[in-house]
Design a protein. Structure first.
Lengths: 468, 468
C-alpha cells in the first residue's frame, strides 16, 4: 500500500491508509493508547487498542489503519487533522528510539547550546527550527525565481581561491601539490563576480558560501551564505537598488512576511547618523516589533575613506597612508567625486557609490557601483598608500581585466542567514542554519576541528608547533 | 534613454534606440565602419559614418542610433537580427580594450590551457563557453524546480567539517582558535544528509560543493559540484531511482536535450560487466553520438565489498581485514543479504542496494539505500576489520543518531559538472565550470596557491618545512 501523508488523512475518512512518521507524543489509557504521529506534513492522532503502548516517543513507525471522523465534541481545533483519527490495525517499528538527550517539544532556548549543537539532528526536529529551515528553502527559491525573471544567470565561483585581504582573516588551505603554499577560502566572490562582468554575462547571481576566520563574537559564523549579485551597464546606485528591492519584496511576500514600507525609505549616511547615531537602525514602533513587521531601509552616500583605526591590524596593513576604505576598495566614488579621487585630494570628503540595506536594526546587505577602469582602482589604492608595485601585486589581475574591456557595473551581497533570522523573528542566525558552528568554532554533530596524522602533515610540508 | 537589448532591435524598425555591448567584429570601408555589437542577448550590425573607426575589438561602447530595415539583398541569415542594422548617431566608449591576449571568436581548443585559465574572464566571452555556463544555470534551475515539485527542501550543510575518510584525500583547514587542529572540506555531504533524515526532513536536496585533494588526473577538479539528495521511507532502490529519473528527464527536456530512451534501461552489475566489460558504458550508436543524443542507464546490484587493492593507501587504511566497500560504507545490503552481513559470512556474495547512473560512457551519479540501524552499520565496519572502539571513533555520532530514531532512507549524488558536459557535448568538465583549476592545481585568474606570511602561520601554530 502506498504511504499517505498525514496532512491528507482529513480527506480520506472511511479509507484504510498507511502512514509513517515519528511518535510525537503518547498517552496511555489502560488498553487504549493515543499517539500523535508526525511526518513532514503534520501530525495526526492514531489510536491503538491493546497495542502501541510499548513505543517510546520519537521512535519511527509505520502504521496501517482506518481514518475515522471524530465526534464533534472530540474535534481537536489545535491540529489541522483534528477532525479525524486513525484506528490502527497493524504497525511496524522502523526504528526504535532510546531516551532522547534533549527534548524537542518546547522552543529549546533553555537548553545548553553545546548540547543542542552536538545533537543538532534531534534539535532540528523541534517545530521552531524545522519551520525556520523550511522557510529558508522557500525564501531562497523565491529570491532565485525573482532573479531568473530579471534575466540573471546563476554562476558558481571557486571556494579554493586566493587570499584577497577583504577586511577579516582568511581561512587558509595548505596545498599538497605545492607544499608550503596555501589556498584561501573566499570572504566573498567579489573579484570573480566583477570578472564575470568583464566576461560579458551582464547579470550574475549566486547563493554563495563565504568564510571569515574571526574571533567568534556574538552571532557570527565561520561560514555564512550570501545572495551575491552583479549587474553591468549601471549608471546610478538605483540601477542596482531598484531591482534588488523588487526581488527582496517579492520573495518576502511569497513567504508571508509583513513589510512596514511598500517602498524602502532611503537615508543618506549623514541623515542616518544624525537621526539614529548609527548607519543601521530600527524603524519599527513597539507595536510593529510585536507583530513581526520588517522595516527595511537603504543607506547611501557613505564616505569612501576613513582614518585607519590603529588597533585594527587589518586596517593598519591596508591603510599604509593612514587612510583606508570604509566599505570596499573596489567601489567607485559618486561621479562628481572622481576628479578628487584621481587627484588624491579632499580625501575625507569623497563619497562612495555604496548602498547598504538595513532591516530591523541589522545590516542585511551592502553593495556599490564598482571601479571599472584602471585609473579609478589605482587611485583608490594610491590614497591608501600602496606603491605601483604593491598595487600590481595585490590587484594586478583586476587592472588587467579592466584594460581588456570591462563594462561599468555594480552589485550587492545580502546576508542570507540574517535575512532569514529577521523573517523568522529569531535574534540568533544560528537558529536559521541547519548545522552551525559553536561559539568556540566547533562544528555541530562531528568532532572538528581535530588532530590529523603525521603523514597528512608530511604530505602538506607542514609541522605543528608545540603549544605553550 | 533606457537601454534596448540587441535581440529586441528587430521589433523597433524606425525607432531611435540606445544599445550597449562589446565590439565583436569590425570592418572598415573607408568612411563607413561596420561593427557587430554584442550584448547578452545577441549581436547586431551597427554602421558608423565617419565614426567608430578608431575602436578596438572587444571594447565596450554605448551607442544611440536608428534601427533601419535592411534591403532584402542585404539581410544576414546568420544573425537573429539580420533583418536590421543600426545607423549610429552618437556613441560613447565605456571601456577601451587593449589587444587581447587570446582570441575569443573560435572555439578556443587550440589555445594553451594555462593561458586560457589565466585569462578566463576573456575566455568566457567565447560563444561556446558562454553558452555552456548559461545552459548550466538553466539546467540547475530546472532540476531545482523538479525537486521542489516533489516536496524536497533545499538545505545547506557545512563546508568546514570533519575528516570522514570517504576514499580520497581530504583538504585540511587549520584552525586558528584551536591551533594544531584542522577542519576538513567535505568530499560529500553524506553524513549530514543522513542526519537530516534523522531530523525528519524526509526529502532533502542541495547543489553541494565538494572537494577532493587528488593528484589531478585528466579531467578531475579539486572542487566539484553535485546534486545531492536524500529521501526517507524508501524500501526499494526504485523508490529513489524513479523520482530522480523523472527530475533528470524533465530538466533535460527543458534545456532541449535529446534522450535515447524514454525510460532509462536498468542493468545489473553482472549484466553490465558481461555485456560491456565495465560498469559504465556508452549505449549510443555512431549516428546517435553524432547528433548529441544522451543515453542514460542505471546499474544496480553491485557487490558490497571487494578485496583491498594494496597499492591504494586509502583502501589499505579502510580495509584492515582485507575487505573494503566498493561504493559507500553507509549503504545497506539488498534485504535478503542482511543476515549474511550481520553474520559476516559470504562476504564476496553480499549485494548492496546501490544504483549508479551512467550516461554516454560516464558515471554521472551514484547512490544507495542506507544503513539506518546501528546493527547494519556496525556489521559493515566489522567486516572491514574495525574494532568496536575504532567504529565508535569513526562513525559513533551516526550510530548515536540511529539509536535515537532514524527512518529508513536512501539518496543519490549526481555529478553536475559531468552532467552539464554530456549535455553540451563537451569531453572536459572544465569547459562547463566558470573558473576551474588547472591541471597543476592552480586556480584560474588569480595566483593561488601561494605563500603566506609568517604571522599567518604563527597564528595557526604551524611551520612550513624546508623543501628538499
Amino acid at each position: 500500500m502506498p504511504r499517505t501523508l498525514i496532512a491528507d488523512t482529513v480527506n480520506k475518512v472511511g479509507e484504510t491508509v498507511q502512514l509513517a512518521g515519528f511518535v510525537d507524543t503518547k498517552r496511555d489509557h489502560g488498553k487504549v493508547t493515543f499517539i500523535d504521529l508526525r511526518d513532514r506534513s503534520g501530525k495526526v492522532q492514531i489510536v491503538g487498542y491493546k497495542m502501541l503502548g510499548e513505543l517510546k516517543v520519537e521512535s519511527v513507525i509505520q502504521v496501517t489503519g482506518e481514518v475515522k471522523a471524530r465526534p464533534a465534541a472530540q474535534v481537536n481545533p489545535d491540529l489541522a487533522t483534528g477532525t479525524v483519527e486513525i484506528d490502527v490495525k497493524s504497525y511496524e517499528v522502523l526504528a526504535a528510539a532510546q531516551d532522547l538527550p534533549i527534548l524537542v517539544d518546547g522552543d529549546g532556548r533553555e537548553i545548553n547550546e553545546d548540547i543542542r549543537l552536538q545533537y543538532r539532528y534531534i534539535d532540528l526536529r523541534r517545530e521552531r527550527l524545522n519551520r525556520n529551515i523550511r522557510l529558508r528553502s522557500k525564501f531562497v527559491r523565491a529570491l532565485r525565481e525573482g532573479l531568473y525573471a530579471q534575466d540573471f544567470v546563476e554562476i558558481e565561483t571557486p571556494i579554493l581561491s586566493q587570499s584577497t585581504k577583504e577586511g577579516a582573516r582568511d581561512f587558509l588551505v595548505p596545498s599538497r601539490l605545492h607544499p608550503g603554499n596555501f589556498y584561501a577560502l573566499p570572504q566573498s566572490p567579489q573579484q570573480y563576480k566583477q570578472l564575470l562582468m568583464t566576461a560579458g554575462f551582464e547579470r550574475y547571481f549566486q547563493i554563495a558560501r563565504c568564510f571569515r576566520d574571526e574571533d567568534l563574537r556574538a552571532d557570527r559564523l565561520l561560514e555564512f551564505t550570501q545572495l551575491d549579485l552583479e549587474m553591468s551597464y549601471v549608471e546610478d546606485v538605483h540601477d542596482v537598488m531598484d531591482p534588488v528591492e523588487k526581488v527582496v519584496k517579492d520573495a518576502i511576500a511569497q513567504v508571508g512576511g509583513k513589510l512596514r514600507d511598500a517602498q524602502f525609505p532611503v537615508y543618506t549616511y549623514e541623515e542616518a547618523m544624525k537621526e539614529f547615531g548609527a548607519d543601521k537602525f530600527d524603524l519599527r514602533s513597539e507595536a510593529e516589533k510585536a507583530d513581526g513587521t520588517l522595516a527595511f531601509a537603504w543607506v547611501i552616500k557613505f564616505p569612501f575613506f576613513k582614518k585607519v583605526d590603529k588597533s585594527d591590524a587589518a586596517e593598519v596593513i591596508d591603510g599604509k597612508s593612514g587612510w583606508t576604505f570604509t566599505h570596499n576598495p573596489f567601489s567607485t566614488p559618486e561621479k562628481e567625486f572622481i576628479p578628487d579621487l584621481l587627484a588624491g585630494r579632499n580625501i575625507d570628503k569623497i563619497i562612495t557609490a555604496q548602498y547598504d540595506l538595513v532591516c530591523n536594526g541589522y545590516e542585511v546587505g551592502g553593495g556599490s557601483l564598482r571601479a571599472h577602469t584602471r585609473e579609478v582602482l589605482e587611485a583608490t589604492y594610491k590614497i591608501m598608500g600602496y606603491s605601483q608595485e604593491e598595487i600590481e601585486a595585490s590587484v594586478g589581475h583586476m587592472l588587467r581585466a579592466f584594460d581588456l574591456g570591462t563594462p561599468p557595473h555594480g552589485g550587492i551581497a545580502l546576508g542570507l542567514d540574517r535575512l532569514v533570522a529577521v523573517l523568522t523573528g529569531e535574534t540568533s542566525i544560528k537558529e536559521c542554519v541547519a548545522f552551525p558552528t559553536s561559539g568556540s568554532g566547533s562544528v555541530s554533530v562531528m568532532s572538528a576541528p581535530g588532530a590529523v596524522t603525521g603523514t597528512q602533515l608530511e604530505e602538506l610540508g607542514l609541522s605543528v608547533k608545540e603549544q605553550a
